[in-house]
Design a protein. Structure first.
Length: 377
């Protein structure tokens, strides 16, 4: 009997729009980041790790961004206005990030710094560290981890400005109707690739071996585009394997990772739309963001206090359970309670829409009439 091929949209509907694969993928990708950092932070780099493991490391962050694009696109469609959309992004990112920055600066730093507490708390480096909360990234605290192979407190935060840029970009795409008109979205993705080609041609002396910020933005837009074309793109194991092979091939050639966003995005969506049974413990909360935020400083602390264990596998074995514990605390004490206040965004949105109906199309906010409703096409 011939099997009927499902589209991504049909597969999404078959899982009742909550496939377990996406939840598992977020956790697995976050743990993959900790794994890759265990080699960087111990100074082992990739000694003893095969080439294909290194390729997997290079895939992780672009996959995260494409997954974010796909899921956030759905959030945008469900939002009546950009008030809710941006509000949800702030609720998801800022509170946990704020707590992590404060804990690193107020607790971790004073415990492990090599300078006096007086010098620590009066240093400009200490105060500038709090700018991480608004996306201006500062990696160091006074005297903290200065004897580690990598003297950073929170190197993982380099992606935060790019993530914020992606959300602002999506808001712009929605404001100008590009997100609703998916052919324009596809053309935007093509335009970004053309710019990337030019960027590569003009930087011929630089060989890119990791995914830079521009690649992450393209990965995000690839996720958006796949979401908008989900009714036409098949959910196919054969296509998944082809895109996986293409992704690996691109990553293995010089600068090829810059052009692997689209195949990697499809690989991500195919895996995300798998629907294995839900483990009540693993999926009791969304711990991926906490793992991402706290994994790096936890790993650095282990390197600092246990120099004899500066081997990547010891760092990984010790850091993962510690990071999981902190991530669980972050979810239940910070992230989940804040997300539980989403109803206030709905109230603000309803007030806004009621006000708009009363006074006309945004006359009370001059110049913003083009960024009103975000409707399904």
């Amino acid at each position: 009997m011939r099997m009927v091929r499902q589209s991504l949209a049909e597969r999404l509907a078959a899982t009742q729009f909550r496939p377990a694969g996406f939840d598992y993928m977020r956790a697995i990708l976050a743990l993959g980041i900790i794994w890759s950092h265990s080699l960087l932070l111990t100074g082992d780099r990739y000694t003893g790790i095969g080439g294909y493991s290194y390729i997997i490391f290079l895939m992780i962050v672009p996959m995260f961004f494409s997954l974010s694009g796909f899921l956030v696109a759905g959030s945008l469609e469900r939002s009546k206005t950009l008030i809710t959309f941006f509000g949800l992004r702030i609720f998801r990112i800022m509170p946990a990030l704020t707590v992590e920055v404060f804990l690193s600066a107020i607790i971790l730093g004073p415990l492990l710094t090599t300078v006096s507490h007086g010098n620590y708390f009066t240093s400009g480096e200490f105060y500038s560290y709090f700018l991480n909360i608004v996306g201006e990234i500062h990696y160091s605290l006074p005297g903290v981890f200065v004897t580690n192979p990598v003297p950073w407190v929170n190197g993982q935060l380099w992606t935060v400005p790019w993530e914020l840029a992606c959300y602002v970009l999506l808001g712009g795409l929605a404001a100008f109707g590009i997100f609703r008109r998916r052919h324009w979205l596809a053309l935007s993705l093509a335009g970004l690739h053309i710019i990337q080609i030019g960027n590569t041609m003009f930087r011929t002396n630089e060989e890119i071996k990791v995914a830079g910020g521009a690649t992450l933005v393209i990965s995000f837009v690839a996720g958006l585009t796949i979401y908008r074309y989900r009714d036409r793109i098949p959910w196919s194991k054969l296509l998944f394997l082809a895109m996986l092979v293409l992704s690996v091939a691109l990553i293995r050639i010089p600068n090829g990772i810059r052009f692997a966003a689209v195949p990697l995005a499809y690989v991500t969506m195919y895996l995300g739309l798998l629907n294995p049974g839900r483990n009540r413990v693993i999926l009791s909360g969304d711990y991926s963001y906490g793992l991402y935020l706290y994994g790096f400083p936890v790993q650095q602390a282990i390197v600092a206090v246990a120099p004899a264990l500066r081997l990547w596998y010891w760092n990984l074995l010790l850091a993962v359970p510690c990071a999981i514990l902190v991530a669980v605390g972050s979810w239940w004490l910070v992230e989940r309670p804040v997300l539980g206040q989403r109803g206030k965004l709905k109230q603000l949105e309803e007030w806004y829409l009621k006000r708009r109906r009363l006074v006309g199309a945004l006359r009370f906010i001059p110049g913003t009439a083009t960024i009103g409703d975000v409707r399904k096409s």
